[in-house]
Design a protein around this ligand. Structure first.
Ligand code: ADP
Length: 568
């Protein structure tokens, strides 16, 4: 039940995360769909607003343009305005030609002019006569004559321009003498004729150029002035098309009606939002949506990893806590056995109830068990100091050959009692810079384990040699061996195999951890491998005596002091 609970919690948590992700994803998606849905309507609203603004702007510009038409275009350099007459672009200053009136109407107007009472203005009658439709050279003559009358009443450059245009007409044309006559009249009446003529001819050239360019474009363009195009439709409505307006509005102006979303600004001119703009807006929302999803996924991943990590850390902490609790019980239990043996043998000796030849054995048992007791307590103390970073070692040149012989000797009685065969192959005179007590503790732990974890084949072998300057100790046993999976972890604290052969033996799981940390403190290493054909081999390597470690001390209690306090 206890082990199922965290699993249930983890599963629940993953489900919760998945649920959160799905909810967040759906919310994000809804948001995306809603935003995408509003794009079109918001652009339509924008289009309506823009159209309204443009309408006003166009009305303003049109008014300005038409008022210029009313004034003298030649005296206003900005107002080079053109109109289309009979499908041809001509300068607007030829206003006299703008409307063509049937001959009968023009003649009637002229007759009225002559019939009018003296002193009364006859301007409008002459204007009407001057607009006479021209189809024959005679019409042309009358129209030109009417224009001269107009010029006399109201001299303006517009009329001069119109006369010049008529003089230049080729079809129908005036006779050469008529042309010369009108020309000389003009020269007499208009002092700055050559200047007007020069400007008029420039306007005609421009008109011809516009005419050529407009025939290539769609729409009914009627006039162009300073980059602005005035379009007058067949129904007489005017449209001003200005590239400036389009540049300031995020809409496209067109004269084509067949646009998907369009708004008529003024008759003949439509505004629409370019499809690229709409697509771009939609793509940007799509990008935001995808980025949102990625961020969501990353957040969920991070959240899950963090939570699972916390769970794992909490689980590991619980395991360590449980191990620590077990540890105290195990150590106490481990201590109890040698203590009971010591007590039993001491009491027996005290009461003198044993034969004389066994007394030495009893003393030996007491000695061996106290050494074992010392070994256990030293492990616990070393471990506790290491945990608090308080362990200090004192390195000194040590004769490892002698030290290992002594330790092996101290095991002699126990090995013999338990029926072990100990094989030694140790080079003599091997010296290294080690803390003798720390090194002894390592060897003690390895030999103790070799005894503990052997079953039928009770054979232990110790090798000591110097190789490539390193001092190498090997402890071989033919015991139960260590599975590969466990080999990676046996040097970690509290790690014990859960094999029944191991759990049946006393142990607290700190012996190898202490051995490794002590070896590392002496700049050495400890490794495990399989022995052949069975069992394990532990190898402890420490650097040579010359590696300059002599007398090095770490902060904290020396291992000597510690071990001394418990009689090591
Ligand atoms: P303890 O012996 O108190 O359990 P150790 O730290 O000394 O703790 O050893 C850790 C574990 O490594 C042991 O529980 C055992 O599973 C395994 N082990 C250590 N030495 C040997 C060995 N010589 N043969 C087989 N297994 C061993």
């Amino acid at each position: 039940m206890q082990s199922r609970l965290p699993r249930l919690l983890t599963a629940g948590l993953i489900l919760l995360m998945a649920g959160l992700f799905v909810t967040a994803f759906l919310l994000n998606r809804n948001n995306y769909l809603a935003s995408i849905g509003t794009v079109d309507t918001s652009f339509v609203q924008l289009l309506e607003q823009q159209a309204e603004g443009l309408r006003k702007e166009i009305e303003k510009q049109e008014a300005g343009l038409f008022s210029k038409l009313e004034n003298d275009p030649l005296s206003e350099p900005d107002a080079d305005l053109f109109i289309v007459l009979d499908n041809r672009v001509v300068p607007a200053c030829t206003a006299g030609l703008l409307e063509t009136v049937p001959e009968a109407e023009a003649d009637t107007a002229l007759e009225k002019r002559w019939a009018a009472p003296p002193g009364q203005t006859s301007l409008s009658h002459f204007q009407m006569a001057a607009r006479r439709r021209v189809s024959t050279p005679d019409d042309l003559y009358r129209k030109t004559a009417a224009l001269f009358n107009l010029l006399e009443i109201e001299p303006d450059t517009r009329t001069v321009c119109s006369i010049l245009a008529l003089l230049n007409l080729t079809d129908p044309a005036l006779t050469e003498s008529q042309r010369r006559f009108f020309r000389s009249m003009l020269e007499e009446q208009v002092p700055d004729l050559s200047e007007i003529e020069r400007r008029a001819s420039r306007l005609w050239e421009t008109a011809t150029a516009i005419d050529r360019s407009l025939t290539r474009r769609k729409g009914t363009y009627r006039a162009e002035s300073n980059g602005k195009i005035l379009s007058v439709r067949e129904d007489g409505l005017a449209v001003l098309y200005s590239p400036d307006i389009e540049a300031t509005a995020p809409v496209m102006l067109t004269q084509e009606e067949d646009h998907e979303s369009h708004e008529q600004i003024i008759p003949g001119l439509f505004a629409s939002i370019p499809s690229q703009v709409v697509d771009k807006a939609k793509a940007s929302i799509g990008k935001q949506y995808r980025t949102g999803n990625i961020i969501l996924a990353l957040m969920v991943l991070l959240g899950t990893t963090l939570t699972l990590g916390l769970f794992a850390a909490a689980k590991r902490q619980r395991q360590l806590d449980a191990m620590r609790t077990d540890f105290i019980a195990t150590v106490s239990h481990e201590l109890r056995t040698p203590l009971s043996l010591i007590r039993l043998h001491a009491e027996t000796l005290k009461h003198g109830r044993i034969p004389e030849d066994k007394v030495a054995d009893y003393h030996q048992t007491i000695l061996t068990e106290s050494e074992r007791l010392t070994g256990i307590v030293n492990n616990v103390l070393d471990f506790s100091r290491m945990e608090r970073n308080k362990l200090q070692i004192h390195l000194e040149p040590t004769d490892l050959s002698t030290l290992c012989e002594q330790i092996a000797e101290s095991f002699h009685f126990r090995l013999e009692q338990e029926g072990f065969e100990l094989e030694r192959q140790m080079e003599s005179g091997i010296t290294a810079n080690v803390d003798p007590l720390a090194y002894s503790q390592i060897v003690f732990n390895l030999l103790d384990n070799a005894i503990k974890y052997s079953d039928d084949e009770k054979h232990i072998r110790i090798e000591l040699e110097s190789s490539n300057g390193w001092n190498i100790l090997r402890v071989f046993d033919r015991g139960i061996g260590i599975p590969d999976k466990l080999k990676k972890h046996i040097f970690e604290e509290f790690v014990r195999s859960d094999d029944s052969k191991v759990t049946a033996r006393r142990g607290s799981g700190i012996g190898l951890s202490v051995a490794q940390r002590l070896a590392e403190k002496m700049d050495g290493t400890i490794e495990v491998a399989d022995n052949q054909p069975k069992g394990s081999v532990f190898t402890v390597s420490v650097p040579p005596a010359s590696s300059g470690l002599q007398g090095r001390q770490d902060g904290g209690d020396t291992i000597e002091e510690m071990h001394e306090t418990i009689g090591g």
